[in-house]
Write a protein that binds this ligand. Sequence first.
Ligand SMILES: Nc1ncnc2c1ncn2[C@@H]1O[C@H](COP(=O)(O)OP(=O)(O)OP(=O)(O)O)[C@@H](O)[C@H]1O
Ligand SMILES: [Mg+2]
Length: 216
Amino acid sequence: MRTIAVIARKGGSGKTTVATHLALAAHLRGFKVLVADTDPQRSALEVLKGRQAEGPQRTDTTGPKLFALQMGAVRDGADLVVIDTAAGAVEDVANAIVLAELSLLILRPTFLDLAAAVQTVETVRRLRKPAMIVVNQAPHPRGGIEAPAVKRALQALALMRLPVVPAILRSRAVYQTILETGRSAEEGDDPAAAQEVAELWGFIERFLFRARRPGA
Ligand SMILES: Nc1ncnc2c1ncn2[C@@H]1O[C@H](COP(=O)(O)OP(=O)(O)OP(=O)(O)O)[C@@H](O)[C@H]1O
Ligand SMILES: [Mg+2]
């Protein structure tokens, strides 16, 4: 079993959007998934509640309870736990980072998100746990040329020396609407968004599971 922590100090960067999309991506590919929502707003649970089709299992929890939850998930034969966290919840986030095989720091390509990321990167480094950055809500490239804001963010992130996941999520209306029905953009009618999510999951699946199949 593997655990992903989805984190960011900054509110609204897209933690819940990414956490639920990754959980759904894994679910749609046959993985047994549990979403653990440590955010008191319970946004991830709210999203998944709206799903009509079968979906990932879900539960609310808090940072200190995550270890017991993780052990329970192993006993239940889960393949993946995805932990959604609240902005600025330092202790819950530290618990999640410590227990995860991979932490994903979700970041919009803006000055304020980058400034807030510095401290999280420092925390991750101090805890000596694997972490990567996911760029979300990025402006679209024009004429095949990457948006200046994204270029600047990638340059700044290179200085932080934390790997950046090569699949960038662009700003798209479908990410806002599709979650109302508990579905992933992979189940919607925007093929570009579906491809982005598939690329994001594909990268993370290779990192976490390598050649293993669900259940391994
Ligand atoms: N790639 C995207 N394109 C367009 N809108 C997006 C994208 N990602 C997230 N959003 C929107 O941005 C808002 C914040 O996203 P989300 O709730 O996932 O962030 P969060 O980091 O979980 O916020 P919080 O800190 O409140 O938990 C939501 O309205 C969501 O629909
Ligand atoms: Mg959230």
